[in-house]
Design a protein around this ligand. Structure first.
Ligand SMILES: [Zn+2]
Ligand SMILES: [Zn+2]
Length: 136
């Protein structure tokens, strides 16, 4: 059995792969999801932004993001909705980071790789230089 504290209310509960919060919080989440689902049933509401949905439904943004990430809210139907980039918080609609951040991170990764290669070459060179010196 996997006893854990509920991240939402702190109560102990049995964690399962399907449930990461306690039953009563789960119920509350369900209730909130129904509110959002109800709101988005109207075609014109699907054009709402995150702030507009939070305002209209009273459901916190963090929970909306959770619904999106778990796939319960489908972004394909919600052109103005997204979730924050893991790195800078900009609204994105796929992956974990915005394109700027992934480009930036990619660049940093390459710089690190280059630096490592340079260091490798350097130690390689000093090694041989030492060897030559010692050999004489
Ligand atoms: Zn709870
Ligand atoms: Zn970003």
């Amino acid at each position: 059995m996997n006893l854990e504290n509920c991240p939402a209310c702190g109560r102990l509960f049995v964690r399962t792969p399907f449930r990461d919060i306690c039953p009563s919080c789960y119920e509350e989440e369900e209730r909130q999801f129904q509110i959002v689902a109800q709101f988005l049933r109207r075609r014109e509401n699907r054009l709402a932004t995150m702030e507009q949905i939070v305002e209209a439904t009273g459901v916190p943004e963090a929970l909306l993001v959770k619904f999106i990430k778990s796939g319960r809210l489908t972004l394909a139907q919600l052109p103005n909705l997204g979730y924050p980039c893991d790195r800078c918080g900009k609204l994105i609609r796929e992956g974990r980071m915005c394109s700027d951040c992934s480009k930036d991170l990619q660049g940093q990764l390459e710089a690190v790789k280059k630096e490592e290669k340079r260091k490798q070459n350097e130690s390689f060179r000093t090694y041989y230089a030492d060897k030559e010196r010692n050999g004489r």
